[in-house]
Ligand binder design. Sequence first.
Ligand code: GLP
Length: 241
Amino acid sequence: MKVIICKNYDEIARKATSMVIQEIKKNPQLNIGLATGSSPLGLYKNLIDAYKNNEISFSGVTSYNLDEYIGIDRSHPQSYYRFMFENLFKHIDIKPENIHLPNNDLTQIDHIANDYNQILHENPLDLQILGIGSNGHIGFNEPGTPLESETFIVTLDEQTRKDNSRFFKSIEEVPQYAITMGIKNIMYSKKIILIASGKEKAKAIHKMITGKITKEFPASILQLHPDCTIILDHESASQLS
Ligand code: GLP
C-alpha cells in the first residue's frame, strides 16, 4: 500500500485527479470503477474541469460503479445512478453505452447480481476508485463479508444506514438492501485509489493499514493488493504513527 498524506481535502482531490488523468492519458480506453459518497466529489469536479479545459476526453472510457441501493428507484435523488449523472456523467463526454451501474430493478432481483458480475468478468477493471465506510466497508461489502465474494445483494449494516442517513430525511428512509461488487471484483482491478478525509475516518484508516487482514474489516484486504494508493488528509491519517 502506498500512503499519501495531503494537507487538506482539496489537495487530496488534486492528487487523485492527476493520477486518474495520467491513467486515462496512458490508456484512453480505460475501464474505470467508480464510487459514490462524499469522498470522490472533489475528484469528479476536477475531472469535469479537466474535460472542459480540453485536457482529457472520456469518449473511450468505460465506467463501472461499485454499488447501488435496492428499494429506491434510479430516479430517486439519493440513488447512485442519479448521483453519478449529477456529479459526473452529464458534464463529460462519456458515451451513455459505456456507463455501467448495477441494476436495482426488484423485478429482476434473481439475476441482477450475476448479470453485473458477468460484465465485470468480461471487462477487467484497470482502475478502481474507492472510499471507505466508518465500519471498514468498501463498496457495500460490510463487515463479515467473505473476502472471496463477488457481486451480490447485501443487507446493509446498521452503522452504514446510520452514516448514510445524513443524505435522507430520516434513517427509516435509508434502504435496507443494496447490490455491490464483491471484494474479489474490487481486488481484481489492476490499480486502486482509495480516498478518505476527516477525523471520522481516522480509526478506520488506522485499522485498514495496520490492522490484521480479516473479513470483519473488509478494507484490510487492500493490504494484499499490489498497486493500491491511499490518499488521506492529516485528519484521516491522524491515528497513523
Ligand atoms: C457509502 C458507499 C461507499 C462509500 C462509503 C463512504 O456507503 N457505498 O462506496 O465509499 O459509503 O462514503 P463517504 O465518502 O460519503 O464517506
